[in-house]
Design a protein around this ligand. Sequence first.
Ligand code: NAP
Length: 300
Amino acid sequence: MPLLLSGKPVAEAVQARAKSAIDAFRKKTGRAPALATVLVGDDPASAIYVRKKGEMCARLGLGHRDFRLPASAKQAELEKLIRELNADAAIDGILVQKPLPKQLDGQAVFDLLDPAKDVDCFSPHNAGLLAQGRARLLPCTPAGVMEILRHYKIAVEGKTALVIGRSDIVGKPMAVLLTLANATVTVAHSKTRDLAEHVALADIVVAAMGKNRFLKGSLAWKKGCVVIDVGMHRGSVGSLAASSGGKLSGDVDFDTVAPKVAAITPVPGGVGPMTIAMLMANTVRAAFVRQGFLLENSSL
Ligand code: NAP
């Protein structure tokens, strides 16, 4: 069987580093770094995600302020809230939970976010810094993948990496981070011809295509291949199936792929736990940077 790349010990290590940085910040300033979450509407899955983020803040001693707007909220109302949070000196990180209701222009909201507080790394300013290799805040899920690779001492430099998916939230920043780590990166998307040929050449495959169990063991996997499954499917999208006992699965058909590869992340328990851990780390990092403090632990 392959090496199972569990995200749990990796997330715990990130959380422990975040916690000691939070304690250090509190000693210096008399307050904890604080995250503001903004939830618009009543999507039950989004409400669970926000609740979990709040619970993690409480566990680590991070401040959390929970802002809610009704599903009927107008663009101006949401933008007013973002401006207030941008100006609030006691808020270090702002997370606007996606998806937003259809009448709202998400990009305009992310354009408005103070880049210094943009802990999801969605603003064009932070995406640009990332592309130039000088990001202060890293997008949570791709940064979590890099943390898994580091933790399990999986060499990236000189390897061929295939990122399947090119979304702004996962695929694109993932490809940038792997490139910055000196991998030779191919990005596949829905118009890619013969995905199987690219899979066969890859030392590292990051699956972020949003297609349930799409990648099968019947593909020709390169010897020693490491598979990172970012996909998350819970019955039907946005439903509460998982929390009510439905099985969570990824973009990779774990049972058939695992015997063919050297290492693989499980779903659940692989990349999933990393996203929230990296959000906590980003909030702490944002707080330190905003105060002009040096982070003692640069790997936070
Ligand atoms: P997304 O915005 O829907 O993007 C999917 C990407 O996959 C698109 O770039 C699309 O190509 C590409 N794609 C679709 N079908 C393909 C195919 N047959 N072959 C190759 N590429 C294909 O999804 P996302 O937001 O990036 O999320 C991807 C997955 O990760 C989802 O399952 C999501 O739930 C999960 N996720 C998990 C976490 C976590 O914490 N674990 C966090 C975020 C997302 P085009 O650009 O051509 O359309």
